[in-house]
Design a protein around this ligand. Structure first.
Ligand SMILES: [Zn+2]
Ligand SMILES: [Zn+2]
Length: 203
């Protein structure tokens, strides 16, 4: 199985090949590795993200988006140009041809398992692990958590206590997030009172 992920420590993109076992994912840039949760695998099925340990994953067609967009652009430009020169058959040939290639590619590509929280992509899995397709509501929930974390000046991978979540934390996406120490900000001493004292004692 191939995994593409952003290292939670250094944020660098990584691509790794792993087996369905307890081998941890290791960052090729900073060598940081995190232990695989015990319940991450159920047989060949991946239940939890190996990067952030989130169990909200979804399956989607592993369609190369850039290629899809390029085909649409080629089809549209080809249609307009051919139409401009009154080559109607060629114009519709461009439209139908690119649409057919698009459909063929869609049917041929495999599926990828994607983590809602850290966007890690798992390819080449024998089984999708019972995860459903993309759910906008779940995606929105994680997007808002990430936005709040960003607003709080914390790295996207660090946990944030969700004030709207159930007090027990059960069922909330943050419940099983690994705790990350946030370095304390050193606040320089305000020197205005000192200055004021100096001015007062100066005379
Ligand atoms: Zn790293
Ligand atoms: Zn993840």
């Amino acid at each position: 199985m191939n995994v593409t992920f952003a290292c939670p420590n250094c944020r660098e993109p990584n691509r790794a090949f792993i087996e369905c076992d307890d081998a941890p994912l290791k960052c090729a840039h900073c060598q940081e590795s995190s232990a695989v949760p015990k319940d991450a695998w159920i047989g060949p099925k991946l239940r939890k993200c190996l990067v952030c340990h989130c169990d909200d994953l979804f399956t989607r067609k592993d369609f190369p988006q850039r290629l899809g967009v390029a085909l649409v652009v080629i089809g549209f430009v080809g249609f307009v140009v051919a139409h401009y020169y009154y080559m109607v058959a060629l114009a519709y040939g461009f439209l139908l041809g690119t649409a057919a290639i698009d459909l063929l590619l869609y049917l041929c590509v495999g599926e990828a398992l994607v983590c809602y929280r850290c966007d890690a992509h798992y390819r080449g899995l024998d089984e999708a692990g019972g995860h459903g397709g993309f759910d906008l509501e779940t995606h929105e929930r994680y997007r808002q958590i990430a936005a709040r974390q960003k607003q709080a000046g914390i790295e996207a991978s660090a946990p944030v206590v969700d004030s709207t979540a159930d007090a027990s934390g059960v069922g909330s996406p943050e419940a099983d997030m690994p705790k990350v120490e946030v370095p304390k900000m050193e606040v320089p001493e305000a020197d205005s009172p000192k200055d004021a004292k100096e001015v007062a004692s100066g005379d």
